[in-house]
Design a protein around this ligand. Structure first.
Ligand code: NAD
Ligand code: UDP
Length: 316
């Protein structure tokens, strides 16, 4: 039987993860409606897709309602880097909360599935390690990160209320730190910062003593997990952690980046930002069981591809 082409809405589609998702969906034969307000994303990220016959780009802010006809929604719109989500914190909360309401409303009207890009930040500075989906988190509701963390938590609440109240096929994916080509050089997140600093021979900025940990997932693995979650039956709602459980300190990451770039940049220590989580590692048992998913690309391999990308896009 011929495969039926789906029309898929990707909000935040011109961002880092969104642009990779758009590519993956087009490669699978689907039509993509990419919606973005270009706050942190750019037309450049999807430039190579603009002439594709199944790709459409629309400038739109998800805090306003959107009336389109589609078969699935991936709701990724939201700045993800602390520097950018703290630049206009009220807009960040609006994007998560109003964006979720608008996309869930659309999913309700069209009776279609909606996948919400949530985050490991819903666990805050976790007291449970590694983080399982059952853990409710440890978030400062009034701190500098709250616009993002609480916005995303509320978006999760909305998904589950639309599931219960309106029978929407909502799906919540909790994304752990993901990196790869098309992160912005000035994005502010640690992997892009360290690589760009190393390539330019600038100081490598470790915040605090560098003993805090993160678990880094390469973008291709992440997108596979995302598409697999969308493909689950309508009654699978998650939340599901998607991330790479291999954990590194920021000192280890800095050393690895210096080693792989052959850079002689110095490591300097800067103040640790407020509420910076001390450790983070996903428990991915649920993803393994429900999606048959686990990451295949380990840090060295993913960093090699990311370093190659940044060598091309920045002036060293
Ligand atoms: P990104 O900043 O590159 O992409 C976000 C995109 O959303 C950008 O293109 C931006 O312009 C767009 N956007 C922001 N506000 C919008 C609005 N009001 N209306 C329309 N578009 C808007 O970040 P990313 O890393 O690609 O993250 C994508 C999603 O995944 C986000 O929802 C983020 O919270 C989530 N996430 C990412 C990570 C990660 O490590 N990359 C981790 C956890 C969660
Ligand atoms: N970090 C750092 N130097 C940088 C950028 C970030 O040491 O130049 C640290 C940051 O304090 C945090 C970790 O790296 O402990 C991951 O930061 P990122 O902003 O990438 O993601 P998040 O904190 O949201 O997980």
């Amino acid at each position: 039987m011929p495969r039926i082409t789906k029309r898929i809405l990707v909000t935040g589609g011109a961002g880092f993860l969104g642009s990779h998702l758009c590519e993956r969906l087009l490669a699978a034969g689907d039509e993509v409606l990419c919606v973005d307000n270009f706050f942190t994303g750019t037309r450049h990220n999807v430039h190579h897709l603009l002439d594709h016959p199944r790709f459409e780009l629309l400038r739109h802010d998800v805090t306003f309602p959107l009336y389109v006809e589609v078969d699935q929604i991936y709701n990724l719109a939201c700045p993800a880097s602390p520097i950018f989500y703290q630049m206009d914190p009220v807009q960040t909360t609006k994007t998560s909360v109003l964006g979720a309401i608008n996309m869930l409303g659309l999913a309700k009207r069209l009776k279609i599935p909606m996948l919400q890009a949530s985050t490991s930040e819903v666990y805050g500075d976790p007291e449970v390690h590694p983080q399982r989906e059952e853990y409710w988190g440890h978030v400062n509701p009034i701190g500098l990160r709250a616009c993002y963390d609480e916005g995303k938590r509320c978006a999760e609440t909305l998904v589950f209320d639309y599931v219960r109240q309106h029978a929407v096929a909502g799906k919540v994916m909790r994304i752990f730190n993901t990196y790869g080509p098309r992160m912005k050089p000035n994005d502010g997140r640690v992997v892009s910062n360290f690589i760009v600093q190393a390539l330019r021979g600038e100081d490598i900025t470790i915040y605090g003593d560098g003993s805090q940990t993160r678990s880094f997932c390469y973008v291709d693995d992440l997108i596979t997990g995302m598409v697999s979650l969308m493909a689950t039956p309508a009654d699978v709602h998650g939340p599901i952690n998607i991330g790479n459980p291999n954990e590194f300190t920021m000192l280890e990451l800095a050393k690895l980046v210096l080693d792989m770039t052959g850079s002689r940049a110095r490591v300097v220590h800067m103040p640790l930002p407020a509420d910076d989580p001390k450790q983070r590692r996903p428990d991915i048992a649920k993803a393994r069981e429900l999606l048959g998913w686990e990451p295949t690309i380990q840090l060295r391999e993913g960093l090699a591809a990311t370093i190659a990308y940044f060598r091309n896009v920045i002036d060293e």
